[in-house]
Ligand binder design. Structure first.
Ligand code: ADP
Length: 226
């Protein structure tokens, strides 16, 4: 787990558009934080800057005590669940989940135990030998989450596009993410423009508009402020 801190975080795109405007925020170790606001208010830009998919124009992002600005994206202890997650369709579920660990040259036994434990956690043990192209969308999404957690990230970033699907499946995915936060103790940052969803997650909700934070409230299980 790790805290995430933004200090005077701003993003101006090359065309001059200010998408994130002097954001200051501390997210505590192990928190579940939802960024909510209308489309275009800068939520995803914040996530992409944390993940290193977008340069930081000015300001600082810390992960624990580490200044992320200075750390290469691949060395950040983060996992991202975005819409365009790439699972390799010709490879089986096990190999997709093991890939990131193999790239880090971890011992086979460690890889095996992490993949199997994540598969158990997401209920996908029985499809480990199946090729990605033969499994359902719901299963693919669990594999993508499994692949994210085997690397033991300190923070999981989830973009709303990852959840763009029918309501039942979306709720299942959110339940999976709630379990990742609660049971694996991974700090979660989740972006959504759906108000009812934002306040139903028993989480701290950061409200945004025009690149700025306009509210910061912890909601209880009934969707009411605590
Ligand atoms: P949200 O996630 O809240 O919907 P985004 O962070 O994706 O919003 O985008 C914030 C604003 O920045 C939007 O108005 C969007 O059009 C603009 N934007 C995003 N990417 C670029 C880009 N590459 N160049 C210029 N403007 C961009």
């Amino acid at each position: 787990m790790a805290s995430v801190t933004f200090e005077h975080l701003s993003k101006t795109y090359p065309n001059g558009f200010v998408s994130v405007d002097d954001v200051n925020l501390t997210i505590e170790d192990g928190e579940f934080v939802v960024f909510h606001g209308p489309s275009g208010c800068g939520k995803s830009t914040i996530l992409r800057m944390i993940g290193g998919l977008e340069d930081i124009t000015s300001g600082r992002i810390y992960l624990g005590n580490d200044l992320l600005n200075d750390i290469l994206p691949r060395d950040r202890r983060l996992a991202m669940a975005f819409q365009n997650y790439t699972l390799y369709r010709h490879m089986n579920v096990y190999d997709n989940m093991a890939l990131g660990l193999r790239l880090r040259d971890l011992p086979r036994t460690v890889i095996d135990s992490r993949v199997k434990s994540a598969a158990g956690f997401f209920g996908i043990t029985d499809i480990l030998t199946k090729k990605i192209r033969t499994i359902s969308d719901a299963e693919r999404q669990r594999v993508a989450l499994g692949r994210a957690v085997v690397c033991q990230p300190k923070v999981l970033l989830v973009d709303e596009d990852f959840a763009r699907q029918d309501d039942d499946r979306r709720r299942e995915m959110l339940d999976d993410i709630i379990r990742i936060n609660r049971d694996l103790k991974i700090t979660v940052l989740y972006v959504t423009n759906n108000y009812d969803e934002a306040v139903s997650l028993n989480a701290r909700v950061i409200f945004m508009k025009d690149g700025r934070i306009t509210g910061d409230k912890k909601f209880g299980s009934a969707g009411s402020p605590e």
